[in-house]
Design a protein around this ligand. Structure first.
Ligand code: ASP
Length: 584
């Protein structure tokens, strides 16, 4: 027997018991007469003690121990003289009678402690060691709990978990596909699914009614901190539903998760906001609503005063930072630098200070009289003590820059508290997006998203104005999930393909199977997919999804632990009839 208890289990009530524990040596403290060992496993840490009365064999063996040795001990649970209130086992220790080294360990390349000295890459190379650390371990345990609760809730709602294939044909989600060469069909390739989109729709045609899957998806995109080439979705689809049915069902799922995993109850319905409103008020389709600071359009009050920057601008808009009128020159310069960064893209920043004594001071005093400034302050509903920050230029770019500035101010003012959660459904996205380079429309979501029925006639006149019956769930400025009510009618699907510039043949070649299925009685249906990694990191209060993935890839898409991607042998290449082009 390796253990009678885990290392997180023993309490004062167990004093006097003879126990066997196995685990890893976290630390050895040799205090001369006494030696203390922290023994660790997944469940916790138990202190072991070897004192002067212990056998000399045991004392000798203990001298051999190093960090991360795997040992088994037998001994008696005793009350500790100096108790450690910080850990659940802190009132006891185990006086060791017998110790067996099950496996020695080399000195780990970084310390296995909550705060470690290992850099990112090193910890990824030795991910199995990093996973021994509490913060990383707890992230995965949180993920496990979330997955179980997802299954519980959806099962109770009659959803059926169905697995869909990984070796498929491209699904046009907008990103690049990962492809897998077929040995049996040389020159032909499978694609790894960007999502099970078409399969879940086919399951609706098949009559499954409610489907879900916690599933890996693959997208060959340039990576950012919060992106991984393979990631997990909670993928769902339902039949005979309208938008509200879908939103209510999955609002229920998110509330269930908050309640069961975080003990947070949402009594109100989640707010819903049309895309256009989100863009006008927050410059983003995923606004962080933990704080206000809504944009105020200022075109009407600022134009015609001789200030070219405003007069020539398509859009002038501002935000009001409460209580910031005392910002120093230096602070304002920092903000100006911030908005001018290429990632933000503004050409400059105009400020108006509404001083606490009621006077107004701005960076454009030359053009604006105190009365003019007061008029702006009134439109912005600013009070004495506030600071108004104004950007101007091309509308799309300025809304974006103002959104970045709003988030920056929100962070500076401590308004983005990680323990506060504000969910929002963003609805009525545009169906199509014009691409200037390719001179054609792209589906903003994917080609199976249905238009809002009253907008269908716009296909003939202004396709760019068609609203989609699509929705995103946003929490704290993070897009957590998105989906839509689907097209289930062959003709409308054809119209959509036409609008996207597919010829009949291309549409047939790529999506013939779906169009065919629609011939045989497709029910009205709709669904959603949640980014599971991101949902976990949001629940865990972390910015990075990597911590919530057992074996993540680095920013260059590499698994540095198993060293992948890597070349394959000539034999493998031959079998696949693939020749590698040599780069000149
Ligand atoms: N397949 C979509 C996605 O991955 C989600 C959906 O429409 O259900 O974004």
């Amino acid at each position: 027997m390796y253990r009678s208890h885990t290392c997180g289990e023993l309490r004062i009530a167990d004093a006097g018991k003879k126990v066997t524990l196995s685990g890893w040596v976290q630390r050895v403290r040799n205090l001369g007469a006494m030696t203390f060992i922290d023994l660790r496993d997944r469940y916790g840490i138990t202190q072991l003690v070897i004192d002067e009365n212990s056998s000399s064999d045991l004392k000798d063996l203990v001298k051999e121990l190093g960090r991360e040795y795997v040992v088994k001990i037998t001994g008696e649970v005793i009350e500790r003289a100096s108790k450690n209130k910080k850990i659940p086992t802190g009132e006891i220790e185990v006086k060791v009678d017998e110790l067996t080294i099950l496996n020695p360990s080399e000195i780990p390349p970084f310390t296995i402690e909550d705060e470690t000295d290992g850099g990112d890459e090193l910890r990824m190379k030795y991910r199995y060691l990093d996973l021994r650390r509490n913060p990383v371990k707890n992230a995965l345990l949180l993920r496990h709990r979330m997955a179980q609760e997802v299954r519980k809730y959806l099962d109770e709602q009659d959803f059926v978990e169905v697995e869909t294939p990984f070796l498929i044909k491209s699904t046009p989600e907008g990103a690049r596909d990962f492809v897998v060469p077929s040995r049996m069909h040389p020159g032909e390739f499978y694609a790894l699914p960007q999502s099970p989109q078409t399969f879940k729709q086919l399951l609706m045609v098949a009559g499954f009614d409610k489907y879900f899957q916690i599933v890996k998806c693959f997208r060959d995109e340039d990576l950012r901190a919060d992106r991984q080439p393979e990631f997990t979705q909670i993928d769902c689809e339902m039949s005979f539903v309208e938008r509200d049915d879908v939103l209510n069902t999955f609002e229920g799922l998110i509330k269930h998760l908050f309640s069961k995993v975080k003990g947070i109850e949402f009594n109100e319905s989640f707010k819903r906001m049309p895309y256009t409103e989100a863009m006008e008020k927050y410059g983003s389709d995923k606004p962080d609503l933990r704080f206000g600071m809504e944009f105020v359009a200022l075109n009407d009050v600022v134009k015609g005063k001789g200030f070219r920057v405003f007069d020539d601008a398509e859009y002038v808009g501002g935000i009001c930072a409460e209580g910031c009128s005392e910002y120093t020159r230096k602070q304002l310069d920092k903000l100006t630098e911030f908005v001018k960064r290429p990632q933000v893209g503004a050409s400059g920043l105009v400020y108006i200070k509404y001083n606490t004594d009621g006077t107004l001071k701005s960076s454009v005093d030359k053009f604006f009289s105190p009365e003019d400034l007061l008029a702006i302050a009134n439109v912005m509903e600013a009070k004495p003590g506030d600071l108004m920050l104004i950007l101007a230029g091309d509308k799309k770019k300025t809304l974006f820059a103002l959104s970045e500035l709003r988030l920056e101010m929100g962070s500076r003012l401590g308004l983005r508290d990680n323990n506060k959660f504000v969910p929002l459904w963003v609805v009525d996205f545009p169906l199509l997006e014009w691409d200037d380079e390719e001179k054609r429309y792209f589906a903003m979501h994917h080609p199976f998203t249905s238009p809002i029925p009253e907008d269908v006639p716009l296909f003939k006149t202004e396709p760019g104005k068609i609203r989609a019956n699509a929705y995103d769930l946003v929490i704290n400025g993070v897009e957590i999930g998105g989906g839509s009510i689907r097209i289930f009618d062959r003709e409308l699907q054809q119209t959509m393909f036409d609008a996207l510039g597919f010829t009949k043949e291309e549409a047939e070649k790529q999506f013939g199977f779906l169009m065919n299925a629609f011939k045989y009685g497709a029910p009205p249906h709709g669904g959603i997919a949640f980014g599971f990694d991101r949902l976990c990191s949001l629940f865990g209060g972390s910015e990075s999804i990597r911590d919530y993935i057992a074996f993540p890839k680095n920013n260059a898409g590499r698994d540095v632990m198993i060293d992948s991607p890597s070349p394959i042998s000539d034999k493998q290449l031959d079998e696949l009839q693939i020749e590698i082009k040599k780069n000149e």
